[in-house]
Design a binder for this molecule. Structure first.
Ligand code: PLP
Length: 310
């Protein structure tokens, strides 16, 4: 958070077993039965189930692919009701790679503060932003009393399996998360906490090198996908996923849904993608490009021959 000019104190921060654990705990603490949670579509798969587990109801905010899946305060405002407890933001987004502008993020946070609504800002990909200047809502100090910022070392330092994430929030929320966490995992292992401190305090050049490499991979995969006749793909501006629209192939042969397409692509084409239904859209599949150019080329070629034969 210090990278973004914020100054959270120790009692306003908590380390958890991955960003997912921090999100899970924050949502359990904030959401009660019957509360409404505004969730932009496409959403990361776990949000919906975590909200349900807490007894909350997700109110889905449909976005426009033509507009880069943009989320604005005006769009959110239309969905606010007296039951709205929380808005979940995730920029850069998994699965779409969409990045909210600092202006849009600030307007949403301001709206939430005016209406007494909580914000969870999932910033697990904040250092994998290819669009512009990195921005964290944690820097908006005047709105911090209604905000939980979630981060992770999984993506920034490619230590996904090491499981280290964190949340920054008002002390009273962190206290409640601590109480919940102390009855489940207690804490991430001390070894990994030490490794995380080393990652955060060490030279940061690796983060920028990785970001530059991801830009190349992103450009490569998007170009390859767009070259397949029938595939449309918005340019992801962050994270490491492309979210191509495959609606042109629905209805061909036995392929009725994105799940059918992803399943057949896996079984026949030997390419693993995730169907859009899990992220709340029916016309997409998610492709991860966190691999080498050579592997991407192998995958793209298999996708091309599978899709063109449909
Ligand atoms: C949007 C988003 N949030 C949170 C996470 C959780 O990551 P981790 O638990 O590895 O920190 C992920 C992982 O894929 C993600 O894509």
């Amino acid at each position: 958070a210090a990278d973004f000019g914020s100054d959270y104190r120790r009692e306003e921060s908590i380390a958890s077993v991955g960003g997912k654990h921090a999100l899970f705990n924050a949502i359990q603490v904030l959401v009660d039965h019957g509360d409404e949670v505004i969730l932009p579509v496409p959403y990361w798969v776990s949000f919906k189930d975590i909200v349900r587990y807490a007894g909350g109801n997700c109110v889905l905010l449909e976005t426009d692919e033509q507009d880069g899946f943009r989320v604005t305060a005006e769009m959110i405002e239309r969905l606010v009701t007296p039951r709205t407890k929380l808005i979940i933001l995730n920029s850069p987004s998994n699965p779409s790679g969409a990045v909210m502008s600092p202006e849009d993020l600030t307007s949403v946070v301001r709206l939430a503060a005016q209406r007494g609504i909580w914000i969870i800002s999932d910033e697990c990909y904040v250092y994998l932003n290819y669009a512009g200047k990195n921005f964290s809502v944690g820097s908006l100090r005047e709105y911090r009393d209604r905000m939980v910022v979630v981060g992770s070392l999984s993506k920034t330092y490619a230590m996904t399996g090491w499981r280290l994430g964190y949340a920054l929030a008002p002390a009273q929320i962190v206290g409640a998360m601590q109480k919940l966490q102390s009855q489940s995992t207690s804490n991430p292992t001390s070894i990994i906490q030490k490794a995380a401190v080393a990652a955060l305090n060490g030279p940061q050049q690796c983060v920028e090198s990785m970001r530059l490499e991801y830009i190349q991979l992103r450009d490569h995969v998007v170009k390859g996908l767009r070259a397949i006749s029938g595939v449309k793909c918005t340019l992801p501006e962050g994270a490491f996923y492309a979210y191509p629209n495959i609606s042109a192939f629905l209805g061909r042969g036995s392929i009725k849904t994105a799940s059918d397409l992803a399943g057949n692509l896996l079984r026949q084409g030997h390419v693993a993608t995730v169907p859009g239904e899990g992220f709340g859209t029916r016309e997409h599949i998610r492709v991860s490009y966190a691999t080498s150019i050579a592997e991407l080329d192998r995958g793209l070629e298999r996708m091309r021959s599978f899709l063109t034969a449909l």
